[in-house]
Design a binder for this molecule. Structure first.
Ligand code: DC
Length: 233
């Protein structure tokens, strides 16, 4: 995607890939950066959660990758990309709430490891990114490595397991930190070790360790990196 700005015209669309494990502040950062810069926003984790919700809802046997692969093309997943009010529907049903349940969270790694699921969702993500006129911030696990390898800017967010668990427990309104830490480490291990497009830092990604940073500091850091990119620095 072109980053060159022609005199007097609006900045060219910029594509920003933000990857990293859970609890690094990826969603909050991505939404805020997109809102601040007038870009679209795509939460790819929500798409994997949505397809997982559909599988659970339809009684698909999730211990059987062949059963998952056979129906991977069935649900119609639509993502609204306004960073101020992102939406997600499956076959017309608003699933923004149901995709955040513990049941979906515990099953999403198994579903998202199936190559047919990844191929389907990856295609959807590329279509959405290509149609974002002003540019887009796409957050996930494999955006910089697989989905959008030509992104203008790639960020990889990290944080210590303790910081990530504490943040997640806060989001889950006081959930037990130790149990959250265990679940999070288990999910990261599954997401990082799967064969098809695992959670990984792209060679040309900028790594930002958020352990000691406030959310506001992370947002400012990423906004600065995007602005520098746009200015051609
Ligand atoms: O970001 P999240 O916790 O909502 O993501 C849920 C799961 O979706 C995560 O455990 C792995 C999977 N995922 C993925 O495989 N690839 C992505 N680009 C985004 C998420």
């Amino acid at each position: 995607m072109e980053t060159v700005e022609t005199a007097g015209s609006a900045p060219a669309a910029v594509i920003v890939a933000i990857d990293g494990p859970s609890g690094t502040g990826k969603s909050s950062t991505s939404k805020a950066v997109a809102a601040q810069l007038g870009l679209s926003y795509l939460d790819t984790g929500a798409q994997y959660r949505a397809i997982t919700w559909w599988m659970v809802h339809n009684g698909i046997e999730l211990s059987d990758p062949t059963a998952i692969a056979a129906v991977a093309g069935k649900p119609e997943i639509v993502s609204g990309t306004d960073p101020l009010s992102p939406t997600i529907t499956v076959d017309g049903t608003d699933v923004a709430g149901p995709i955040r349940t513990t049941e979906v969270t515990s099953k999403v790694s198994a579903v998202s490891a199936v190559p047919e699921v990844r191929a389907r969702i990856t295609e959807l993500q590329r279509t959405i990114a290509a149609s974002a006129e002003k540019g887009i911030v796409v957050e996930g696990r494999d955006i910089g490595t697989t989905v959008l390898p030509d992104a203008d800017l790639k960020i990889f967010l990290t944080a210590s397991p303790e910081a990530r668990a504490a943040r997640r427990s806060g989001e889950l309104k006081g959930a037990d930190v130790a149990a959250t830490r265990e679940a999070l480490i288990k999910r990261d291990a599954a997401d990082s070790s799967r064969k098809t497009s695992p959670l990984a830092k792209a060679g040309d990604a900028v790594e930002v360790d958020t352990t000691e940073l406030t959310l506001q500091q992370v947002i400012e850091c990423v906004v600065t990196l995007v602005e520098e990119k746009r200015a051609g620095k």
